[in-house]
Design a protein around this ligand. Sequence first.
Ligand code: AMP
Length: 214
Amino acid sequence: MKNLIFLAPPAAGKGTQAQLLVDKYAYTQISVGDLLREEVEKGNEELNNIMTAGKLVDTKIIVKLLLKKFNDENCNYILDGFPRSLEQAEALEQISKLENIDLGLVIYLHISKEEAKNRIVGRRTCPKCNRIYNCYIEDLKPIECNICDDCKVELTHRDDDNDESFERRYNTYYNETTPLINYYKNKNVLYEIDASVHTDEIFKKIEEIINDKN
Ligand code: AMP
């Protein structure tokens, strides 16, 4: 299996698609956002402030967390939320050479800013299994309002999922991350998918790509 990198604006569904791939294929999801939130849970207030402000965390901190993860898990990975800047793309190439890891395919999930904003308001996460739900997207609603289908615990709303933080995160995405689209296009590894459609449809398209390339 080829490793995967997800490139997408906030709330395009990269976490949801990564979970679906993990359930069906031998992939391990490495969500940089989740790794950082784990650090916040351990009491790192500085990280919390950067994330709530919608800014990017220092690449060196993330590289440290990623290296630990790569050493822990010797497998095919889905990199969800990294790289998010040219500096990070270059750092990833260095890590890949160092650890002898193939960069793999880059899946670019495309949605408009308006769509992303609407999705952010309804997004909920299970604090136990990290499954992502959305109160406004029919196929991502929990069976029972605000309760995880699997763990039966109350769903949480992320601190940074509000209008103000969204604007800042989207601007950061636009300024820092969108240059990666051309960067990976030029390397012939980028696959663009319209992510404004039904979750299952997006998943089918991702499957077509990975089955074609493996
Ligand atoms: P996410 O869960 O992917 O939406 O990420 C939540 C927040 O974590 C972002 O708004 C950033 O503050 C931080 N973050 C996640 N991935 C990165 C990254 N690759 N580089 C810097 N900061 C990141």
